[in-house]
Design a protein around this ligand. Sequence first.
Ligand code: GTP
Ligand code: MG
Length: 288
Amino acid sequence: MPRYAQLVMGPAGSGKSTYCSTMVQHCETLNRSVQVVNLDPAAEYFDYPVMADIRELIEVDDVMEDASLRFGPNGGLVYCMEYFANNFDWLESCLGHTEDDYILFDCPGQIELYTHLPVMKYLVEQLQQWEFRVCGVFLVDSQFMVESFKFISGVMAALSAMVSLEIPQCNIMTKMDLLSKKAKKIALACYRFLDPDMYSMIEDSTGKLRSKKFKKLTKAICELIDDYSIVRFLPFDRSDEECINIVLQHIDFAIQYGEDLEFKEPRETEEDKSQNFDEFFQDRADEQ
Ligand SMILES: Nc1nc2c(ncn2[C@@H]2O[C@H](COP(=O)(O)OP(=O)(O)OP(=O)(O)O)[C@@H](O)[C@H]2O)c(=O)[nH]1
Ligand SMILES: [Mg+2]
């Protein structure tokens, strides 16, 4: 039986931990069992029950206090994640092996983990060896939509995670509830941000630039994103059950969740019913 995992990634403060707790609550109402693993060694607060917590293995504060290592918060976190990558047996013992596991991994917010460090790739490979089907879930704060430059960098971050992890990935625009009604309507109606139209981004962003060099560079970056044409976003509003459901369905589809679940009897078609009626009346006629 396959096991299922969502790797919840994204820049600091993009709403990863909130996404995990919202999903857990949503799945509870659907009567689906979903567990969460905290992979953020610097996490201080989250409001979901954890099945495993990386802080039991290593904590950033301990690394920073170590006089021989002398790391700051970011270096300390990278050290912790590398330590974690060398100790996957800890994770294996925490995960155990239940059939039809569905686990959310709440990852840290350091962007370099998704752009060029190999730790997340090692984790994906390890999970795949343990028969997990992994879907990347990359969160970007919807406040990024306010400015084209910010948005382009958000798209680039999502794209580098997609390219480096080589797994199905759903990109999600979080905190949609914070957008004003008008902004939300525009975002949803014209799909400019959800299905990025890089050519209108070029016009938007290069108009403000004076330097020709930067104009050219921005244009080249936008064209690169457009060439890949695989970055799309789903809106995520934690107060809207329908919205949460659509996101979950996309992810389930990407990892084919439910494909191996027990087969349910199809409903009888009209033809079957009439056949049964025919048999019934035949039996009654035979009896008489
Ligand atoms: N209104 C609103 N606030 C949100 C939403 N998601 C997250 N927040 C708030 O944004 C802040 C950061 O959210 P977190 O879930 O901690 O973000 P994170 O990505 O886990 O942050 P790090 O682990 O520090 O990288 C918190 O104050 C949340 O309450 C959302 O959908 N709507
Ligand atoms: Mg968090």
